[in-house]
Design a protein around this ligand. Structure first.
Ligand code: NAD
Length: 494
């Protein structure tokens, strides 16, 4: 239970109670090689648990298990039976809310209240796709009186899921649930920084009645575990969520076998704030968009594109609010938690230090810091850099930390130009009280999703994915379900 974990953690600073081994064929299995890696608590910057370092043989065992389960039990199970298992899984995720959230916080560093939101979101994802299992309707075609023409959606087969460290259980759920609903089986590789909640989710699915081998999780590094999974000949579909650089490698691996791939990559999303907006609404939106999860969100609103006439007043108010944000260990439910690793902290600091050397106007923050209660952990101050040029790396590159870049626009047209002047196209936010203007901008911004007057609006019902270098393919919604299907058309002369 969560309390047992917290007690053990308080006494020893470690968690031996977390599962060791992969989850393959319905059980935790420890391979003979017995190689392990350490997982770190970012809030203290110290190792707290160990997990198995998978190999190509471990991956092969998991894929074979998934292939067998696909052919012998899951593909042909009645959709309503699949629905009942996924619905039960949703219920069990909520029953394990505290356990999953505490584990997620220790592993990723994110504030506990955010981890709880992620776990509730995972339960909702299973509920949504449970309801969709028996609604994967096909189509029929008017070929004339002497023909019957129809199309059906068949599951693609064994699906691989490569998961990043910033939303471990959310990303697992948004891949597993539609894949399972469609009749596919799963082999997942969580990030080496955050391996535990995907393992616990696989166990919960098993307890909900998922047959052995339908959902497998292999832990380990990208090179030793992720690469053999994405190049495994028996994998029929890859859902990759992570950086552009690794996405490129995964796409190349997929190209070898012509394997289907969905790429959910990075972002540098603009939040366009126009002079006629509701200021309170926009201030809340801008703060949440960049400081939630310490800015480590693919869809973070990391560029504030603000109309010149309100720039100074709005910035002054933002700075007041940023100074009031409380930093701390995730278990203490701070406003802003640590970032995920020492290497990542150095990368964030590098961006800001280089900007300072170029003479950047740092309006607030700008430095590495620690948990004020313990003097430990990997923290970066919530930061705003003002008046950044469109071609500056701060406006073009994904920092993936609590660093907001401000770009000043002459008017709405200029704001649109700045919003689109970026290699990424994941999300854009728009704050204005002119609804027609909002929708005109929404049509012209090149991004997979647009949020108007509320950042991160919309839930599992709404398709999600990137344009430009943010990737392609869509997850969530019914479109996410179709990603795991292949359409078969049948035409018959009668
Ligand atoms: P990353 O690309 O370094 O790692 C992601 C995953 O890929 C990890 O599990 C890693 O082990 C694995 N991996 C590494 N090398 C591999 C290889 N050769 N073959 C197969 N797998 C390999 O990314 P990260 O730093 O963990 O995550 C942060 C990135 O993820 C950011 O760019 C962020 O924007 C992006 N992201 C995107 C979305 C989205 O929905 N678009 C969501 C969350 C995160």
């Amino acid at each position: 239970t969560a309390n047992e974990l917290l007690e053990e953690y308080a006494e020893t600073g470690t968690l031996a109670a977390l599962p060791l081994g992969h989850f393959i064929d319905g059980a935790f299995t420890r391979p003979a090689h017995n190689r392990t890696l350490e997982s770190f608590d970012p809030g203290r910057g110290e190792a707290f648990a160990r997990f198995t370092a998978g190999t190509a043989e471990d991956v092969d065992q998991a894929v074979r298990s998934a292939q067998k389960a696909f052919e012998t039990v899951w593909r042909d199970m009645a959709p309503v039976e699949r629905a009942r298992i996924l619905q039960k899984a949703s219920q069990l995720i909520l029953e394990n809310l505290d356990l999953l959230a505490v584990t997620e916080t220790l592993d990723s560093g994110k504030p506990l209240q955010e981890a709880m939101g992620d776990v509730r979101g995972a339960a909702r994802t299973f509920e949504y796709y449970a309801g969709a299992c028996d609604k994967l309707q096909g189509d029929s075609f008017p070929l004339g009186p002497n023909y019957i023409g129809y199309a059906i959606h068949e599951p693609v087969g064994v699906t691989a899921h490569i998961i990043p460290w910033n939303f471990p259980i959310s990303t697992a759920a948004r891949g597993f649930a539609p894949a399972l609903a469609a009749g596919c089986t799963v082999v997942a590789k969580p990030a080496e920084q955050t391996p535990f909640t995907a393992l616990l989710l696989a166990k919960i699915l098993s307890e909900a009645g998922l047959p052995d081998g339908v959902c497998n999780v292999v832990t380990g590094t990208g090179a030793e575990t992720g690469a053999p999974l994405t190049s495994h000949p028996q994998v029929d579909h890859i859902t990759f969520t992570g950086s552009v650089q690794t996405g490129r490698t995964v796409m190349k691996a997929a190209a070898e076998d012509i394997t289907r791939v969905v790429l959910e990559l990075g972002g540098k999303s603009p939040v366009v704030v126009l002079a006629d907006c509701d200021k309170e609404q926009a201030l809340d939106g801008v703060i949440g968009a960049i400081y939630e999860n310490a800015g480590q969100i693919c869809s973070a609103g990391s560029r504030l594109v603000i109309e010149k006439s309100i720039h100074e007043e709005f910035l002054a108010e933002l700075v007041v609010r940023v100074k009031a944000l409380r930093l701390g260990h995730g278990l203490k439910q701070p406003d802003v938690g640590p970032v995920n690793s020492a290497e990542h902290l150095a990368k964030i600091a590098g961006f800001v230090d280089r900007a300072k050397a170029r003479g950047a106007k740092v309006a607030v923050g700008g430095s590495i810091t620690q948990d004020p209660a313990t003097g430990k952990g990997w923290f970066f101050e919530p930061t705003i850099v003002d008046a950044v040029a469109a071609d500056d790396e701060l406006a073009q590159e994904e920092i993936f930390g609590p660093v907001l870049t401000v770009q000043v626009a002459e008017d709405a047209d200029h704001a649109l130009e700045l919003a689109n002047d970026c290699q990424y196209g994941l999300v854009a936010g728009i704050y204005t009280s002119d609804f027609a203007k909002a929708h005109r901008l929404a049509r012209k911004i090149d991004a997979g999703q647009i949020y108007i007057n509320e950042y991160f609006a919309g839930g599992i019902e709404v398709p999600f994915g990137g344009n430009k270098k943010s990737g392609f393919g869509r997850e969530k919604g019914l479109e996410g379900l179709k990603s795991y299907c292949k359409t078969k058309s049948i035409a018959a002369r009668i």
